[in-house]
Write a protein that binds this ligand. Structure first.
Ligand SMILES: NC(=O)c1ccc[n+]([C@@H]2O[C@H](COP(=O)([O-])OP(=O)(O)OC[C@H]3O[C@@H](n4cnc5c(N)ncnc54)[C@H](O)[C@@H]3O)[C@@H](O)[C@H]2O)c1
Length: 278
């Protein structure tokens, strides 16, 4: 590999199993010479396989609920103790919607669930950044990345209240990116990833149809979890030091497409069928 992260120390949220985007990033970061601490909720640690990943990457796991400020303080302090100093990168790969899980439609949301969705999937990012800044946990030119989705900009049927959470997440990256950049030269970005078959991804109803659609509509096809990890490594590396406050689409071109040749052909064909079948 390229040793892009040699000497860098980090913190990775959200590796649940080997399908997780965060799991793929951890494996690639390890290959590129990084050292990092892994974290997830105590519950997911019981059901997931994170200990296996920790053993593979020769590291420790510190449990934390990303919505709890005391948990985040403990996590960042333990991480700094582990390394005997500050860190260089953080991956926030955390999301959950009880409205999606419980099948509540967007025009019939449970507002208690909505608050949870926003807290877990967006506000937790602000909490993490605020705690990290107060503890001065990140070195100058450090890099923080969170995971987003194009439903923040465009309506994708069934993405539900998670679209609102992603819009807020991207806004937090910009607002905090200004302050953390100005004060400490730390960069903050979101990567907007193609739909990917992970545990969270599979929770979105109709994900198979959606993935087929985006695969066909993207000139380069959907981005896989492995490709996501490659891209993420570049953002943690010193090769992207002036990239901040951005939402970066990693989606094979999908977000810039309106109509493709194949989709047009298919549309005309089904229109013709409708006409002849009448
Ligand atoms: N899979 C996709 O299609 C896709 C596309 C774009 C963006 N994303 C985003 O990628 C991120 C990671 O999801 P994934 O697809 O790898 O699925 P995943 O289910 O493997 O990961 C989600 C993680 O969030 C963690 N989590 C949930 N609540 C938490 C809390 N309170 N505190 C700490 N951690 C908590 C879970 O334990 C899990 O590890 C999410 O932000 C998701 O929205 C996913």
């Amino acid at each position: 590999m390229y040793n892009l992260l040699k000497g860098k120390k980090g913190l990775i949220f959200g590796a649940l199993n080997d399908k997780s985007l965060a799991w793929n990033v951890a494996e690639r970061a390890y290959e590129e010479g990084a050292e990092f601490v892994l974290t997830n909720t105590p519950l997911s640690m019981r059901f997931g396989e994170i200990d296996e990943l920790a053993a593979k990457c020769n590291t420790i796991v510190v449990p934390a609920d990303a919505t709890s400020v005391p948990d985040l303080e403990n996590l960042l302090k333990k991480t700094m103790e582990h390394f005997g100093g500050k860190i260089d990168f953080i991956l926030h790969s955390v999301a959950m919607s009880l409205n999606v899980r419980k099948g509540r439609k967007y025009d019939d949301l449970d507002y208690g669930f909505l608050n949870k969705t926003l807290d877990i999937s967006a506000v937790s990012f602000h909490k993490l950044l605020q705690v990290a800044k107060k503890l001065d946990a990140i070195n100058e030119w450090g890099s923080v990345v969170a995971l987003s989705y194009v439903a923040a900009q465009k309506t994708l049927y069934r993405y539900n209240d998670m679209a609102d959470a992603k819009a807020m997440l991207e806004s937090i990256a910009r607002s905090f990116g200004y302050i953390y950049g100005r004060d400490k030269k730390i960069r903050i970005n979101t990567i907007s990833q193609s739909p990917t078959l992970t545990t969270a991804g599979s929770g979105v109803k109709g994900i198979d149809g959606l993935m087929d659609f985006t695969e066909r509509m993207s000139p380069l096809g959907n981005a896989t979890a492995e490709e996501f990890a490659d891209y993420c490594i570049t953002l943690f590396s010193d090769m992207t030091r002036k990239v901040t406050m951005q939402n970066l689409f990693h989606d094979g071109g999908f977000s810039s497409m309106g109509m493709s040749y194949n989709a047009m052909a298919m549309y005309q064909q089904s229109l013709d069928n409708t006409e002849t079948n009448d």
